[in-house]
Design a protein around this ligand. Structure first.
Ligand code: SAH
Length: 341
């Protein structure tokens, strides 16, 4: 039996057409699921009984299990159990512009960034679309809020689970579904070039963020092993192409690691790398974890780096720090939970 929350509207339509059912029924069902948020087929009172019975044989409306919730100031961190027992995280952040949810795309991660907690537990598997949809529905209901923004930046590499992530985006983005606007969705990648090209061609209005973290290959190789496969020069090339084709601005994420990548020399090198590219740089205060030798940059280093970028006309922001008190570093809650056991 399949989980119905993993079905895009058009996939569900095909299912109906094959069975000679009216297509408009699908929109009704979508509305029951995503507007009225019912928990069973029996509550779908405008659908005829026989069809309800058919649907019950094919689909379930199973939810994930919330196994832990940690609350901080304006932040709620969730640990969910999937049906097969694997665990995933999601982090809800309250901003002045709305509520943003940081979602995972895989159980574990194989990208092997040396500073990141997620990769300490290798990838077990990729998530299915419904496993990305359900945290949204369940957190909205748990906190009695509406989620207005999605950042696909939790555990995992979204472009290593490309097809399911795109299906997921189609579900949440649909006006008859959860209806989160594409421009309110950001997808973050460590830089898998062929998938960036595919994403560019998809024509989606979803924002793209690139985890950069270093302005040259030598340092980036040390921090992110993906750089040994997709070199910085080629990454920048494809980003320039992406911006030209989509006319959209790209965000570069740059984690601030003390004495590793936060020096004035590297700030100037970054300026040279990004000069003339329509982008933002988002400086991320590093969330220290007990398992990595890196330290977070002191405020002065961050400000010094910020000033150099700004004086050289690179759009730059410093990410608001959320949730170090709730272990919001990617993968920290999950890896600590696995260790406690
Ligand atoms: N694999 C994707 C998305 C998941 S990581 C990617 O690499 O972009 C999302 C972001 O969190 C990345 O920029 C990553 O470098 C950053 N990150 C990882 N560990 C972190 C930590 N301990 N503190 C702050 N940011 C971290």
């Amino acid at each position: 039996m399949e989980n119905i929350y993993g079905y895009t509207l058009s996939r569900l339509e095909n299912y109906f057409i094959e069975r000679n059912e009216k297509k408009f029924r699908v929109i009704q069902i979508y509305e029951w699921l995503y507007k009225k948020r019912v928990n069973s087929f029996d509550e779908m009172t405008n659908i005829k009984k026989e069809l309800i019975e058919e649907l019950k044989k094919e689909f379930n409306l199973n939810k994930l299990k919330i196994i832990k919730r940690l609350d901080g100031k304006d932040v709620h961190k969730y640990l969910f159990a999937l049906e097969d027992g694997n665990k995933i995280e999601a982090v809800l952040m309250k901003h002045n512009y709305g509520n943003s949810l940081c979602l995972s795309t895989q159980v574990g991660c194989n990208m092997g960034c040396t500073f990141c907690e997620s990769g300490r537990l290798k990838k077990v598997r990729s998530l299915y679309p419904h496993e990305m949809v359900l945290p949204i529905l369940q957190i909205e209901s748990d906190l009695n809020i509406r989620i207005t923004h999605l950042v696909i930046m939790g555990i995992g590499e979204p472009f290593d689970n490309y097809d399911n992530v795109m299906e997921f985006i189609n579900i949440v983005n649909h006006p008859k579904g959860i209806d989160i606007g594409a421009r309110h969705i950001t997808i973050s990648t460590c830089g898998i070039i062929p998938k960036i090209e595919e994403f560019m061609k998809s024509g989606k209005q979803v924002n793209l963020a690139i985890s950069l973290h270093a302005p040259n290959d030598e340092l980036r190789n040390k921090l992110m092993s993906i750089n040994k496969v997709y070199k910085l020069k080629d990454l920048i090339e494809v980003i320039k192409k992406y911006i030209k084709v989509t006319k959209r601005r790209v965000t570069f994420e740059y984690i601030m690691l003390k004495d590793i990548n936060d020096t004035p020399e590297l700030a100037h090198e970054l300026v040279n790398l990004l000069k003339g590219i329509n982008c933002y740089v988002n400086l991320i205060p590093y969330n220290e974890t007990s398992h990595h030798r890196y330290q977070k940059s002191p405020k002065e280093n961050i400000m010094r780096f910020y000033d150099i970028l700004q004086k050289n006309k690179i759009n730059v922001t410093i990410r608001k720090e959320f949730g170090s008190e709730v272990m919001a570093a990617c993968g920290q809650l999950r890896s600590n939970y696995e260790e406690e056991k």
